[in-house]
Design a protein around this ligand. Structure first.
Ligand SMILES: [Zn+2]
Length: 160
């Protein structure tokens, strides 16, 4: 989402150079708002459950598109707490973090993905944001070339 008006004083934002980039900024020097548009962190889970990796499809996604369990952090929540909460909300599973996989840019959505390998137990029940899930043996998992797919790629590489 991009701002068109200053969220502090309501004036229309205008482009100007700030810290080496052209940015939208409030024209009123007394206000001083600058829209930096920094990437937002997203936590992601490579969920291992009964020997398989669980991929999920959110409501509204194309039929064949599946991805990792992901979500935004709540205020005061650590990435580790956030990713385990998302696992509970999306799949109704309890998990423990096996390892930190890495941090990856996802520029199309201006996000940074923080990825963990999680071992999960329990019986899967889809949360209200999800349309479907599937269980894939790790050896059949094929990483996709951006965002969370890069975490899958690195995780698979480290397994062998
Ligand atoms: Zn302003």
């Amino acid at each position: 989402m991009a701002y068109r008006f200053c969220p502090q004083c309501g004036r229309p934002l205008a482009e100007r150079e700030e810290s080496g980039r052209v940015r939208l900024a409030c024209p009123d020097p007394a206000c001083g708002f600058i829209y930096y548009d920094n990437p937002l962190p997203v936590v992601a889970a490579i969920v291992e459950h009964e020997g398989n990796v669980i991929l999920v499809r959110s409501k509204g996604w194309p039929e064949k598109l599946f991805g990792l369990v992901t979500g935004f952090l709540e205020r005061d929540e650590s990435p580790e707490e956030g990713v385990l909460r998302e696992l509970r909300e999306e799949l109704n599973l309890e998990g423990e973090i096996v390892s930190f996989v890495g941090v990856y840019p996802f520029t199309p959505r201006n996000q940074v993905v923080i990825a963990y390998h999680i071992r999960a137990t329990g019986k899967i029940a889809l949360g209200e944001e999800l349309e479907a899930c599937k269980a894939i043996p790790p050896e059949k998992l094929r990483p996709w070339p951006m965002g969370t797919g890069l975490a899958v790629r690195d995780w698979l590489k480290a397994r062998v």
